[in-house]
Design a protein around this ligand. Sequence first.
Ligand code: SF4
Ligand code: SF4
Length: 328
Amino acid sequence: MENSKAGRGRRYIDPGVHRRFDRRNTVFHRRAVYTGFDSYGPSHFDPADPELLELAEARASWTLHDNYPGAFRDSIIGDRKLVNSRPPFRFEFTSSEKASGNIKAVAKRFGASLVGLTRIDGSWLYSRERSGAPVMLPPEAAWAVVMAVEMDRECISRSPALSAAAESGRGYSRMAALAGAVGEYLRLLGYYARSCGNDTALSIPMAVDAGLGIMGRNGLLLTREYGPRVRLCKVLTDLELVQSSNDYPEPEDICSGCTLCAEACEADALSTDDGPSWKVLTGSNNPGVLRWPFDPEKCFDFWLQIGRDCSNCIAACPAVSRFANLQD
Ligand code: SF4
Ligand code: SF4
């Protein structure tokens, strides 16, 4: 995969150390408990449980994500695709500007809250998926449509309650609908399109390259519009697009002097250091990345302890107002 082009995210890696991340090193895979993380699955349901309705809603929130084969690359089995063969023609846009405007408008209509376009930097592709399969793209697939889906502020503010976990699941299901439909749209026009959720490539640096935000102390994308209260998905394609620019301030301008996410983290997984560093805390961190240290093992242990995912570091984040203050 050689279609790399330095984007803004590349400024935060040490090319002498950084290697493509092996997705088997995520905490989910390393603990080999991901499929067992089913604390709000039906086997735990009890009619006398006062939280039964919330449990059912949290479980149901994942329905589209979990049951839509083909929405994301890692849910495609074998050669199964939504469109097995593209039409015998390719629609030619009159310019890459026209193509970019069209795909952004289509993505918004399919549910994207934010859309950015970037040439793919090969550094962000996983080296291997969780299955161990190497990640490869056809060389002409040089572009990414990166999309953010807003999560509801009120629901997320209740983290770590089940109603916040349900909003995470709804976010993933909206990602599935969005990435699946945008990929299908491109394939129907005769283009290569690979719809991705968290699979295939790291979404946050791709979103930074696509101008959607910066990575904050909490390890999440911070956007002007929603702070970190978004889910990310992307479609990788051979449709020639126009590179979006990133006019965000540096992460230190927003996060140095604020430690609210770290204080809200009951797992002590986030750092209160003044600035980002090259520190590696666990085997789930990728060396050669300049960022605030993050301990995913502590984070995931907390999820297991409470039996659901947590959004405390999203709920506590004042990035929207900090961006606005910086502009004043
Ligand atoms: S998700 Fe929760 S446990 Fe994990 S880092 Fe954020 S606040 Fe901490
Ligand atoms: S809570 Fe503060 S330090 Fe943490 S990500 Fe948000 S703005 Fe940055």
